[in-house]
Design a protein around this ligand. Structure first.
Ligand SMILES: Cc1ncc(COP(=O)(O)O)c(C=O)c1O
Length: 440
């Protein structure tokens, strides 16, 4: 009886696409017929709202509406999913259907978040993870094997450096670095016969170097090497690495994608064949995104576009106001003409993003006084929040690097990183200015 009711509900028409009438069931089989069940860019409930405008996709991609007719997407806080009979269950386990089995494999709310990220990044498929680091680590472990070589830019997030330098060698995976200012010839020269993946961040954390995605994308294509780009700092509303030849894009969703400092999350999107390997690795090893966090993150994506516009305009205002301050030795913001990679930044990014970095003339001691004098900005180990945040990378996120390694990626003792929030720009600036005044 209950089973019959459920079947009827499942067959309700849920979408009209180019005058073709889809029910939830035949859309599911259509998606499955098109490939992997986690190839979710065109997933069952989403066909009718895919738009050429990503602002719309970030808002309107949604799980199939239940018979409760909710407007906002529900939370699917469940570890596992039920089957009507043994045959359906067998078929799901045999990958003959795309039915959900267990939330370590898939979950409708997590899928919604991934659907949105695929639409925003222009990717074929994706998998969401518990944190940014599990997205990075999963992409390495699923695709690299003993004897392979990973070529990375040296200006990368501290924990990513730890994974590359400390853990990959345990699995017999070689690695080497090139500098953020490497020319095309230097990148070419660093490629080895066993180079399987190129990894980079742009803009980099925390030094805000901007790498030329088109140039590196060309090299990766030429040598048939996987290009894996951490797009955490820019977000897909600002830069879409796949457009420039990236095969994979990883994110710490903990940062701008959440945007309010509430949950940890990560996601990797890109080529379907590569995502399949990452999915299989993660499905067995367990770094799945929590369905609760997925709900929070998916809701956050609805406002990403407007948030990033304001973060960037506030950041540009702060950067311009501080650039010639007497306490500041140098300041970096990708959309200031003084930035060494300004030309590349304006070619591949829509705006300069929400991070501003500066080096205090007084070095470490001045940095300490500055941080201790802030009244509104938060001192916290995060970025990409509505609340402005100040941090000191040399003593926190990049403390595990040696002094020489920090110097090589421009992390000087007096470097301050500001994640510019959504408070009024005058309030952010006046707090920074009064803290700078305390230094002298
Ligand atoms: C550029 C970048 N990538 C990856 C990560 C790791 O993300 P998570 O903290 O979500 O694991 C971070 C965290 O700060 C980051 O800044």
């Amino acid at each position: 009886m209950f089973s019959a009711v459920k079947k009827t509900l499942r067959k309700r028409p849920v979408a009209i696409v180019r005058n073709v009438f889809f029910t939830a069931e035949n859309m599911r089989s259509r998606v499955f017929a098109e490939g992997l069940k986690y190839n979710i860019l065109i997933s069952n409930s989403n066909l009718h709202i895919m738009s050429k405008h990503n602002q719309t996709n970030a808002i309107r991609i949604q799980t199939e509406r239940t018979n409760e007719m909710e407007h906002s997407t529900p939370m699917f806080l469940t570890s596992s999913f039920c089957f009507d009979n043994a045959e359906e269950m067998r078929a799901a386990f045999a990958d003959e259907s795309d039915d959900n089995i267990y939330s370590r494999f898939s979950n409708p709310g997590v899928q919604e978040f991934v659907d949105k990220m695929c639409a925003l990044e222009g990717a074929e498929a994706g998998y969401a993870t518990a944190s940014g680091m599990s997205a990075v680590f999963g992409s390495f472990m699923a695709l690299l094997k003993q004897g392979d070589h990973l070529l990375s830019c040296n200006a990368i997030f501290g924990s990513t450096h730890t994974v590359i330098a400390k853990y990959l060698p345990k699995y017999g995976i070689e690695s080497s670095y090139v500098g953020a200012n490497a020319t095309e010839a230097e990148w070419e020269a660093a490629i080895r016969p066993n180079t399987k993946m190129i990894y980079l961040e742009t803009p980099t954390n925390p030094g805000l170097d901007v790498l030329d995605l088109a140039m590196i994308g060309r090299i990766a294509k030429k040598h048939k090497i996987i290009l894996n780009v951490d797009n955490c700092f820019a977000t897909p509303v600002n830069q879409q690495p796949i457009e420039f030849g990236a095969d994979l894009v990883v994110h710490s969703a903990t940062k701008w994608l959440d945007g309010q400092g509430r949950v940890l999350g990560g996601v990797v999107v890109g080529r379907k064949d590569l995502i399949k390997e990452i999915y299989l690795f993660c499905r067995s090893t367990g770094p799945a995104l929590s369905p609760f966090n997925a709900w929070v993150l998916s809701k956050s994506l609805e406002t990403l576009d407007v948030r990033m516009e304001r973060h960037a305009s506030n950041a540009l205002f702060i950067a311009q106001a501080l650039e010639n301050h007497p306490q500041i030795a140098s300041l970096r913001y990708p959309f200031l003409p003084s930035h060494p990679h300004h030309a590349i930044a304006t070619q591949q990014m829509q705006n300069g993003g929400g991070i501003v970095c500066f080096e205090l003339k007084g070095g470490l001691e001045a940095g300490r006084t500055f941080l201790n004098s802030l009244q509104m900005l938060s001192l916290t180990a995060n970025l990409g929040d509505t609340r402005s945040i100040a941090s000191h990378p040399a003593s926190t996120t990049h403390a595990k690097l040696s002094e020489a390694e920090r110097q090589s990626v421009n992390i000087t003792p007096g470097l301050i990183r500001i994640s510019v929030g959504l408070e009024h720009k005058d309030d952010i600036l006046s707090d920074i200015l009064q803290a700078l005044d305390r230094i002298s």
